[in-house]
Design a protein around this ligand. Structure first.
Ligand code: SF4
Length: 405
């Protein structure tokens, strides 16, 4: 097991984050996601939060950007509770959070955490006043706060001051290092400001998101060394398709390997037709493939080669993986430990039997020129050989039987 950085433990509603310091036990790294519905549309937001939760999101953030949105937050919470969905909701506030939290106390109460971006709280003398109003609301309702700094909305007054000061140094920081230091200082100074206002340190989580992998790693390594707060990790604006997945995985994996990160979000830009749940699946797969947590049985499949002339085995691997994921909301409660099950779907005799024997249950499909039969291995032993037109259905039934015995 990788060792985790010890932190103060924070509760987001009923869910613990981080830990290891002051007598707390380290909580698992949590998967977080965010809706893209208009929060003022309560029905659509309830449906999407529920879908993300069913996919495995353990914390869900919703934007609270207007009076209409704030007015619906309590209704959204009630609607989710009625569905048996107790996932903590985080309100994402920018510019007007101080007004919304004060004008809509039921919104302030229904949320489990407030995300505050120090760069988008206000300008000049108003900044401190408005920041204080949000922190006082968090104190009053006993809510967690994420001080969430973002590269794209860094506090401009702070940046200007740091550039001035840096210019006067005999050995000034290069521009990229100065930017990273500004992000870190913005987060840590805002956290200290919140503590000075009376917020407990065990109500604070920090994030400093950037869109470049190397900068993200450097920023979080420094944050980890300079504070005891739990850290929320995410590469912001990671992008679309494989680029977003690869960039997020590269950045998060480096930090997770070093024990840094208590919640993670994979910020993918979905295709218009793509489900929002993809970011949850990718986040889970990062944690599971690194051996940090298990969420759903994963299918081991070979890439295929010239020994397979049809796409049959890829289709079977995809079918089994999709079906396993769909069963998890029910199976998770019924069969503790089922998420560690390993299933192999292999394309031919070269690596098929060997890989299938290493899985809990595996099948080696026939490659080109092989006898058209598919041996199945259960816990390392060949148990049955499938043949004919219904191999896929019969193998799925065998996996189902394995889970139920
Ligand atoms: Fe090719 Fe067979 Fe290896 Fe799959 S197991 S990649 S089909 S040789």
């Amino acid at each position: 097991m990788l060792s985790r950085r010890n932190t103060i433990q924070v509760m987001i509603g009923h869910v613990p984050v981080g830990g290891g310091l002051y007598g707390s036990t380290v909580a698992p790294v949590l998967v977080q996601s965010m809706t893209n519905t208009d929060t003022a549309d309560a029905a659509a937001t309830i449906a999407q939060v529920y879908e993300l939760w069913q996919a495995g999101s353990e914390v869900v953030r919703i934007t609270v950007n207007s009076a209409e949105a704030a007015a619906q937050v309590a209704t959204i919470r009630q609607g989710l509770d009625a569905l048996g969905c107790n996932v903590p909701l985080v309100g994402d506030f920018h510019y007007n959070g101080h007004k919304l939290l004060q004008a809509y106390p039921d919104c302030a109460q229904a949320l489990a955490k407030y995300r505050i971006n120090p760069g988008n709280v206000g300008k000049g003398s108003k900044r401190d006043e408005q920041f204080a109003a949000m922190i006082e609301t968090a104190i009053h309702y006993k809510k967690a706060v994420r001080i969430g700094v973002n590269w794209g909305s860094l506090d401009q007054a702070k940046m200007a001051q740091m550039m001035d000061d840096n210019g006067k140094l005999a050995d000034p920081l290069p521009a990229d290092a100065l930017m990273r230091e500004a992000l870190i200082q913005s987060a840590l100074e805002s956290a200290q400001q919140a503590v000075d206002l009376g917020l407990n340190a065990n109500q604070i989580i920090i994030s400093c998101k950037v869109s470049n992998v190397q900068d993200l790693v450097l920023v979080y390594q420094a944050l980890a060394a300079r504070c005891e707060y739990p850290l929320h990790l995410g590469l912001t604006e990671a992008g679309m398709g494989s680029k977003g997945v690869v960039a997020s995985t590269a950045a998060l994996a480096i930090l997770l390997q070093q024990g840094i990160g208590d919640t993670i979000r994979v910020s993918l830009t979905p295709e218009p037709s793509e489900s929002r749940t993809k970011e949850v699946v990718v986040a889970q797969e990062i944690l599971q493939t690194m051996g940090i947590r298990s969420f759903t049985p994963l299918v081991t499949a070979c890439p295929g080669c010239g020994r397979t002339t049809s796409t049959y085995f890829q289709e079977l691997a995809l079918q089994i993986q999709t079906w396993l994921r769909q069963q998890m909301p029910v199976w998770r409660a019924q069969f503790p430990g089922v998420e560690t099950l390993s299933v192999a779907v292999m394309g031919c005799v070269v690596n098929g039997p060997g890989e299938s024997k290493l899985a809990n249950i595996g099948i080696s499909l026939p490659g080109t020129g092989e006898v058209p039969v598919a041996p199945v291995f259960v816990d390392g032993e060949k148990t049955v050989t499938l043949k004919g037109d219904h191999i896929a259905e019969e193998f799925q039934q065998l996996v189902n039987d394995y889970v139920h015995t």
